[in-house]
Design a protein around this ligand. Structure first.
Ligand code: NAD
Length: 469
């Protein structure tokens, strides 16, 4: 490990020595880098990316295009259209008391950054934040997840082909690699993963006071009230929950539904799942697998726990361990201490709980940690506003789910247990930047009249200043 540690500090020091060259790049030079990354993903490596994700967890090519490649290309396109204005100095007003000066702030790069990414959307959640880091003029060491080794190898090849390691380097490896990297005095750490590991990252960051962005997870609720269009809700939830086989940080984790519409909703969901994945879901090419045996066993234990609690398996429940397959599964009648209602599920299992009045659902949500996303399906403006005003969450979609992630004009991230800081578009650019304030004195300023010694005459001017300026 000593060799590894030396190698990491060597790369770190090279990036540190090079940081002003990277940081002082022009808008055009940064766009050139983004274009190179775009071409690699869109053209040169597209087939390799699709094959790697299929090898990692049988991800369908169409899903790779939609949920891995498209979001990164979208992030690049958005940055290219806006980077010039983001990089401009931002002039601000000058108060009367500071007459004779002008003020502005600039987004300067944070410097040398660490980017640790998860396995569930490994390309998207590695290269997406990388676009923001490059746009803001930083150098970066990337540590992708060890759980999707095929795509990590492709990303390592892309990075090594496009960049010198004194600017961007990717290191593969397990937890010990992250642990070693976290000892270095990075200027910023952008971490995407679980709240548990997020706490470890923040603790390590504190020893150097590195700033952090933590994109975390948790249990994202979906409320369905009695006015909702159940067919539409079922269709959108069947997609939002089971895309990537539920291994999505903003997938609906559980449903809170008004009791009078529960049975109709389950019937609609059953029809929808049949039309997406046919009766025998294991034969469908449109469902990816659970990423590995460890996560398969974790999800299998949830199913066993539900069975031992005599919960109702409304849909699904089938598994195939040789293929890490779990069928899209809907479960109701779970007791409150069932593991499915306690832990983040991160898989194709969707518990349903009923409520009688909306405030019951709201109280239930508020008794848990703040979620990364909260969804509400309703035709009632009153109910929608009431639910949003009386809960807290990183993001919300009304009568839809997951798609709020795709609008680069919206900040993406959680709140407290579901995250700290925001990604995407200008918010990602800001996250990788320090807002540096500048005041320039042009002429003699009026404040100089108040410099010591503090005579009674100056005190009078100070009194007037306090009162009027
Ligand atoms: P994870 O926290 O286990 O791992 C994420 C990364 O951290 C990996 O690269 C891993 O190697 C590294 N890591 C693991 N243990 C570590 C340790 N002890 N010290 C240092 N580094 C360590 O998360 P995961 O299983 O890859 O992803 C699933 C979690 O991520 C879920 O909670 C999900 O909700 C969350 N997530 C959040 C977002 C978001 O944008 N907010 C996106 C995707 C996933």
């Amino acid at each position: 490990m000593k060799d590894t540690a030396n190698r990491f500090s060597d790369v770190f020091n090279k990036q540190k020595a090079n940081q002003f060259n990277i940081g002082n790049t022009t808008y055009k030079q940064r766009i050139k880098k983004l274009n190179a990354l775009k071409k690699a993903i869109e053209v040169t490596y597209k087939d390799k990316i699709r094959l790697a994700l299929h090898a990692d967890f049988k991800k369908p090519f169409a899903e790779t295009d939609l949920t891995e490649i498209y979001p990164v290309l979208g992030e690049i396109k958005f940055a290219k259209s806006n980077l010039k204005s983001w990089m401009k100095r931002q002039k601000v007003d000058t108060p009367m008391a500071l007459i004779g000066s002008s003020s502005w702030y600039v987004y300067e790069p944070k410097g040398v950054c660490l980017l640790i990414s998860p396995w569930n959307f490994p390309l998207n959640l590695t290269f997406g934040p990388l676009v923001s880091a490059i746009s803001a003029g930083n150098s970066v060491i990337i540590k992708p997840s060890e759980m999707t080794p095929h795509i990590s190898a492709v990303m390592a090849e892309i990075v090594a082909t496009l960049f010198n390691e004194n600017e961007i380097a990717l290191v593969e490896g397990e937890v010990d690699v992250s642990t070693e990297l976290l000892k270095l005095p990075f200027n910023h750490i952008f971490f995407t993963g679980s709240p548990q590991v997020g706490k470890i990252v923040m603790k390590s960051a504190s020893s150097h006071l590195s700033s952090v962005t933590l994109e975390l997870g948790g249990k994202s609720p979906t409320i369905i009230d009695e006015t909702a269009n159940l067919k539409t809700a079922a269709k959108r939830i069947a997609w939002g929950k089971f895309v990537n086989s539920g291994q999505t940080c903003i997938a609906p984790d559980y449903i809170l539904i008004q009791e009078s519409v529960k049975d109709n909703f389950v019937a609609e969901l059953r029809e929808q799942l049949k039309s997406f994945f046919t009766e025998d879901t294991s034969a469908s090419d449109s469902l990816c697998r659970i990423v590995n045996v460890k996560h398969f066993k974790r999800l299998e234990a949830h199913l066993e726990n539900a069975r031992s609690n005599n919960a109702t398996f409304e849909i699904g429940g089938q598994i195939a361990s040789e293929d890490n397959f779990i069928a899209p599964t809907i479960i109701s009648n779970l007791p409150e201490d069932a593991s499915l209602l306690q832990d983040e599920i991160f898989g194709p299992i969707l518990p349903i709980k009923t409520y009688t009045i909306l405030d019951e659902a709201i109280d239930y949500i508020n008794a848990k940690e703040k979620p990364l996303a909260l969804y509400i399906y309703s035709k009632s403006k009153k109910n929608i506003n009431h639910a949003i005003k009386n809960t807290r969450a990183g993001s919300t979609a009304i009568n839809n789910n997951v798609l709020q992630y795709s609008n680069h004009n919206l900040p993406f991230g959680g709140s407290n247990n579901s995250g700290i800081g925001k990604a995407h578009g200008v918010f990602g650019f800001q996250e990788f930047s320090n807002m540096r304030s500048v005041l320039k004195q042009h002429t003699k300023g009026s404040i100089e009249l108040l410099f010591p010694p503090y005579t009674s005459f100056k005190q009078k001017i100070i009194d007037v200043t306090l009162k009027w300026f």
